[in-house]
Write a protein that binds this ligand. Structure first.
Ligand SMILES: [Fe+2]
Length: 330
């Protein structure tokens, strides 16, 4: 029998549980998609699956998957779509997956192949709840503001990757027009930037949510410079601290059981983890994908990373090769 339990304060996800080891793949899309859109976080517990079955299941909801190249993950499936979580032991502050790049995936999947016997809980927090729980003055101060991610693009990305001479400002402007990044020259170096609303609209709900790289940057990496506000100014500590305090109150520490699968709307929910006692014991598989069930008129369907793994096209825009050829011909 399958039992569905609605979220409550101590559990901010909808729980769908089988008491007799039913096949995960036996669940219908109609059982899942409306619930996912409404709640943004689902836990499947007690279902039976193996790695291939899990991948067939997640592929019903994701049109493509993206790999997280950040270190200390191991490859679980041969195609690299399924990876382990980070294999270190340190606790991680709340973050959406890959929110520091334009191609943030829509859905974060976590499946527990082997639970830790102690600690190592995965933290789950609803960014909509964070946004609505901020002080009114903070929310007003953040209305209309964006977070800006600025990183250097080494000259080699243009010369080696695109095969062009070091670009002049005209070439940078043409690349910027089609890229999700804006390229800018500063002191002889080239930086790329992209911005996203500080309190943004998630994929499937009308309320705004907090969900970006700020908490990870401040409380894990100790940087104030990535992200900043859209004008390059530092986001004040008081704002970061308030968001941390509010989100701490709203965070659920999920204790894993073998076979648990979490499906998170990565545009709405943040995740993190408590310290891990024994990384060899904690086996959690992850997949990050783009939703296959956006409405036909959703403007996000124009985003190139939903259709291609071609890094050049994703990074520099769909006509990067044409632009590079034109730049070479000049
Ligand atoms: Fe993560």
């Amino acid at each position: 029998m399958i039992k569905t339990t609605h979220p409550e304060d101590s559990r901010n996800y909808l729980s769908i549980e089988s008491d007799d080891g039913a096949a995960l793949e036996g669940l219908s899309d109609a059982d899942i998609i409306p619930a996912f859109k409404q709640h943004g976080a689902l836990l499947f517990r007690g279902f039976r699956f193996d790695l291939e079955g899990l991948s067939r299941f997640t592929a019903r909801f994701c049109s493509r998957f993206v790999r997280n190249e950040s270190g200390r993950r191991s490859q679980v499936s041969a195609d690299g779509t399924t990876q382990s979580v980070n294999l270190g032991t340190e606790p991680f502050p709340l973050h959406p997956e890959l929110s520091r790049v334009p191609w943030r995936p829509d859905i974060a999947w976590f499946a527990c192949a082997r639970p830790p016997s102690l600690e190592g809980e995965t933290l789950v927090c609803d960014g909509v709840r964070i946004a609505e729980s901020l002080a009114g003055t903070t929310r007003s101060a953040l209305q209309g503001r964006s977070v800006l991610y600025t990183e250097e693009t080494p000259m080699g990305a243009f010369t080696d990757w695109l095969g062009i001479a070091p670009p002049d400002d005209e070439v940078l402007a043409r690349l910027s027009a089609e890229s999700p990044f804006r390229f800018q020259r500063r002191d002889g170096r080239i930086f790329r930037q992209f911005a996203r609303a500080f309190l943004h609209r998630p994929l499937f709900c009308d309320q705004t949510a907090f969900g970006n790289f700020l908490l990870f940057a401040r409380y894990m990496l100790g940087t104030q410079e990535f992200p900043t506000f859209e004008d390059g100014s530092i986001i004040p500590d008081e704002i970061a601290d308030e968001i941390r305090e509010v989100s701490d109150q709203l965070t659920v520490a999920h204790r894993w059981q073998s076979g648990d699968v979490l499906m998170l709307d990565n545009s709405r929910f943040l995740h993190g983890r408590n310290a891990v006692r024994d990384p060899a014991e904690r086996q959690i598989w992850t997949q990050f994908g783009y939703a296959a069930f956006l409405e036909e008129d959703d403007p996000r369907l124009a985003e190139p990373w939903r259709y291609t793994d071609d890094a050049l096209e994703i990074f520099f825009g769909p006509h990067a090769r044409d632009l590079a050829a034109a730049a070479r011909a000049v």
